[in-house]
Design a protein around this ligand. Structure first.
Ligand SMILES: Cc1ncc(COP(=O)(O)O)c(C=O)c1O
Length: 406
């Protein structure tokens, strides 16, 4: 039986990251998982913090009446209040439970936001390189991404974004700490972006939303601050999740938070709640919502376990491995990815797809920068054991040596 033309077309150009995932499985089956250096996926290997698992255990040991029932589409109010307290703290604003809508991960949250705000043909501006699923999410809801190259150091090019604003711009979508570059934008950059959006809104009568996708907010290295967005621009929306900082990607739990002064806030939130329902999410997972509410009550909840410490050490190990192999990279400020420059071969200048194929021969899996709109780079995810990172050092050296002949 036929499938829709649109899905058929999308399948043809399907995600490179997923393809790597499948190839990784067959390489592991052939060579043994311990011999394959799989840095392809942002799928944390760490268990969730012990305090979270204890909370979960206690909840499942004594299930409350109705614990598995439907609930309001926005989520449990106690959970929304707990998230509002956390977001208020992160963002320097004062939010209540009514300002939060629980979601099925940041991915679910973005789909809900796009469904709510996009009219057919509307544009969403993103800075390139970016998490490529964004294209699909915008397309799902009749929108189109406008991809603006970042500055050479992968900072936001605010002037270029300002020049791309048009009557069709529904939103500017930013992601920081960034996947794939690890960049964290400064408060000054956010202020400049806010200024550009306000000027455009005043001129055109349409103030674009600023959507910040922040699942890596808690993973910032060397004491770096991740500046707030909700207090930087009145029409800002944060989407986030606990996939990365609490290692819960399979549990699909996240949220949407709207800035306190956002235009027509009640209508916007009603839109998010309605979209959650009609997209078939219905509500975010009940058990995870209850676990989060109880977890955030604990004194040790915000100690971040040893997550940041572990990733700090892995980041250092990865940089040493790449230094040893002579591969240069953008030093990550946050998240758990290293975006490395493809070394020059004999005849191939920065061919990232070829380089990643070549790495595979040395049992190293990485994602070509083209998958993020940045040819000439390769992304390595270091959410894997540090022993595996260190053990890959020789394979990287061999790969770079033999790459010189390509
Ligand atoms: C930048 C970015 N946004 C959103 C997501 C989706 O995360 P979630 O598991 O919260 O849906 C990811 C996942 O890798 C990501 O890297």
């Amino acid at each position: 039986m036929p499938i829709s033309q649109s899905i058929q077309n999308s399948l043809a150009g399907s995600s490179m990251i997923r393809k790597m995932f499948e190839e990784g499985l067959s390489l592991k089956a052939a060579h043994g998982a311990e011999n394959v250096f799989d840095f392809s996926l942002g799928n944390p290997d760490r268990d969730p913090p012990a305090a979270f698992l204890e909370t979960l255990k206690a909840l499942t040991a004594k299930p409350a009446a109705g614990a598995h029932s439907y609930m309001p589409n926005a989520g449990y109010f106690t959970t929304r209040e707990a998230i509002a307290r956390k977001v208020s703290c992160d963002q320097g604003v004062s939010l209540g439970g009514g300002d939060i809508v629980m979601a099925c991960g940041a991915a679910g949250a973005l789909n809900v936001v796009f469904k709510t705000i996009l009219n057919p043909g509307d544009e969403v501006i993103v800075s390139k390189p970016f998490f490529m699923e964004y294209r699909h999410y915008a397309h799902n809801h009749g929108g189109r991404l406008v991809e603006i190259p970042a500055k050479p150091d992968f900072g936001l090019d605010v002037d270029a974004i300002e020049a791309a604003l048009s009557a069709k711009t529904a939103a500017v979508l930013i992601n920081f700490p960034n996947n794939p570059t690890g960049r964290i934008y400064s408060a000054e950059t956010l202020a400049a972006l806010s200024g550009a959006l306000l000027r455009h809104g005043a001129r055109s009568g349409r103030f674009p939303y600023l959507i910040a996708d922040e699942p890596y907010r808690e993973l910032a290295y060397g004491g770096r601050a991740v500046p707030p967005v909700l207090s930087a621009y009145p029409h800002a929306i944060v989407v986030s999740s606990f996939s990365k900082n609490l290692s819960l990607p399979g549990e699909r739990i996240g949220y949407i938070a709207a800035a306190p002064g956002i235009d027509d806030k009640q209508n916007l939130l009603a839109g998010f709640i309605y979209a959650t329902r009609i997209l078939g999410f219905v509500n975010a997972p009940a058990l995870m919502q209850r676990a989060l509410a109880a977890f955030f009550e604990r004194q040790d909840a915000l100690s971040r376990d040893d997550m940041l410490e572990v990733y700090t050490s892995r980041r250092q190990a990865f940089m040493e491995v790449l230094n040893g192999a002579g591969i240069t990279y953008i030093e990550p400020e946050g998240a758990f990815y290293i975006f490395a420059r493809v070394p020059c071969g004999k005849n191939s200048v920065g061919d990232d797809a070829l380089f990643c194929e070549h790495l595979k021969k040395h049992l190293i899996l990485a994602v070509p920068g083209s998958a993020f709109g940045a040819p000439g780079y390769a992304r390595f995810a270091y959410c894997v054991q540090e022993t595996a990172i260190r053990a890959s050092a020789q394979a990287f050296k061999n790969a770079v040596k033999s790459w010189a002949v390509y």
